[in-house]
Design a protein around this ligand. Structure first.
Ligand code: UDX
Ligand code: UDX
Length: 471
């Protein structure tokens, strides 16, 4: 390849990709790679079990001894994730996956270290990297042979470069480690599927053999057809943030259009369907609701905005999507007040759905938190039901009534608010519920109930962007 071509490819950041695709340079690690995943949370446990299911030897390590004991002693998953318990049982029984709270041991005995500890938002929007650097100090204190350090946790732009310099500054020779950014794109509730069927694998590194080692781990997926993006670490970090911020913005966009539909008597379900048939828009993430929640969209959008502002290039659109989202999370209570009158004092409201979305027990940034806070300010009696997230919410709001069934929750309620699209809420017998409630007001923030059917059962129904239905 002549110099001109190299110059051109380098300019377009494709040189690394080209060299990797043609490089004879293989992965310098021994064939019997041992992977340690540090942080056995929603992401780390799925990642560890996933790598183990591909035939790798994996240790999942976590400082939370309660979590590790649950996994080790009882084979119990410390959170709700469909399909994960079965996957973990399988790879533990074949000896490919084990657990430990002895992070030092797990680090010393592996040559690939995957960091998947929490990087939650701080008050100023920047991510809190305390846990990440604690893990780095453990690695620095025990490093005894060449390691590839894979940063799976979502970290602010240029953090991988900072990590590399941090380790060098601690006196560790660069021959003993390389850094690889390998962001995750796992959706809670479908994380096992997403790990085994990725749309793409993103790898950032300034060392082509380290990048290739990690790329090789994903080779067995989808018969080796998974698109692979190999680039520098900062571009890899930004692919993650920009993807989440774009999806969050798409949700805020459709929520605003839904609110407009409520004003002009258009139907958001039809509008979204008509939009989504344009392949450039597609119909994913066009479902209006009570606003996005979870441990990623709010955190990652806030972090990206904070970083952009610090670089004097404010992201006005992403910033606006966060403002829209805050307003959307306050909308359920506004709709209840619009239907029932502004004085809710002494009324009973039943909330169906506490997790930030269906098929998870995660309540981080859940719209239910804002709804409960606002209803408490109105001196409302709150009854709540969720298939799996009530324990987590009771840690935040111990004083509200958690019910064991939908029937218990709706009994004697003046209003019902659906916040999460659990399947069991899609087949409620509203004729029966009508006889249980005190007043027939229903706010369906996920548009999962048929408004005509509800109206025929004498409910006064309002969804998101579907207008008001009452006889
Ligand atoms: C985390 C990050 O929050 C997210 O930004 C990133 O994309 C993937 O990793 P998640 O798995 O949801 O996401 O975090 P969480 O469920 O909080 O699990 C983190 C785990 O790390 C916890 O089990 C915690 O005990 C563990 N941890 C934390 C350590 O093992 N060591 C530490 O020093 C700190
Ligand atoms: C997201 C990204 O999808 C995933 O790629 C990334 O790795 C982590 O963050 P997650 O937060 O688990 O995954 O859930 P997701 O399914 O993306 O939903 C996020 C929020 O958007 C939820 O509150 C959900 O209810 C909301 N949402 C999603 C909508 O309101 N409308 C939609 O159409 C889709």
């Amino acid at each position: 390849m002549d110099y001109i071509m190299i110059k051109e490819l380098k300019k377009r950041n494709l040189l690394l990709f080209f060299l990797l695709s043609t490089a004879s340079a293989g992965c310098f690690l021994p064939t019997n790679k041992l992977i340690t995943v540090i942080g056995t949370g929603y992401v780390g446990l799925v990642t560890g079990a996933g790598f183990a299911s591909l035939g790798n030897q994996v240790i999942c390590a976590d400082v939370n001894t309660e979590k590790i004991n649950m996994l080790q002693e009882k084979g119990k998953i410390p959170f709700f994730e469909p399909g994960l318990e079965e996957l973990v049982h399988t790879v533990v029984s074949t000896g490919h996956l084990s657990f430990t709270s002895n992070v030092d041991y797990a680090v010393a005995n592996a040559n690939i270290l995957v960091i998947a500890v929490g990087t939650p938002s701080q008050a100023d929007g920047h991510a809190d990297l305390t846990a990440l650097f604690k893990v780095l100090d453990t690695i620095i204190g025990t490093i005894n042979s060449y390691k590839i350090i894979v940063v799976k946790s979502t970290v602010p732009l240029t953090t991988n470069k900072t990590i590399e310099q941090y380790i060098l500054d601690k006196g560790i020779d660069h021959s003993l480690f390389d850094i690889v950014s390998n962001p995750e794109f796992l959706r809670e509730g479908s994380a096992v599927y997403d790990f085994l069927n990725p749309d793409r694998v993103v790898i950032g590194s300034n060392n082509q053999s380290a990048a290739k080692c990690i790329a090789d781990l994903y080779k067995p997926l989808k018969d080796g057809t998974v698109p692979l993006i190999i680039t520098d670490t900062t571009s890899a970090e930004l692919i993650k943030y920009a993807s989440n911020a774009f999806l969050a913005t798409k949700i805020s966009f459709i929520n605003e259009i839904a609110n407009l539909c409520d004003r002009v008597n258009a139907d958001i379900v039809t509008v979204a369907k008509g939009m989504g048939l344009d392949v450039r828009i597609n119909n994913y993430f066009l479902n209006p609701g009570p606003g996005f929640g979870g441990s990623c969209f709010p955190k990652d959008s806030l972090e990206l905005c904070a970083t952009a502002l610090a670089n004097n290039v404010p992201l006005e659109i992403v910033q606006a999507s966060l403002v829209v989202n805050d307003n959307q999370q306050a909308l359920p209570v506004k709709k209840v007040k619009d239907m029932m009158g502004s004085d809710l004092k002494g009324k009973t409201v039943a909330i169906l759905g506490l997790s930030f979305k269906a098929n998870t027990d995660d309540i981080r940034y859940s719209p239910a938190i804002k709804t409960i806070e606002l209803l408490q300010q109105e001196l409302v009696t709150i009854k709540a039901y969720d298939p799996v997230a009530m324990y987590n919410m009771s840690l935040l709001f111990p004083a509200i009534t958690y019910c064991n069934s939908i029937d218990d929750a709706v009994y004697n309620a003046d209003a019902i608010v659906i916040l999460t699209e659990w399947d069991e809420f899609k087949c409620i017998d509203w004729h029966k519920v009508r006889s249980q409630v005190r007043q027939p007001y229903l706010v369906d923030m996920r548009n999962i109930v048929d408004p005509i059917m509800c109206m025929n059962q004498d409910f006064i129904y309002e969804g998101v962007g579907r207008g008001l239905y009452k006889k």
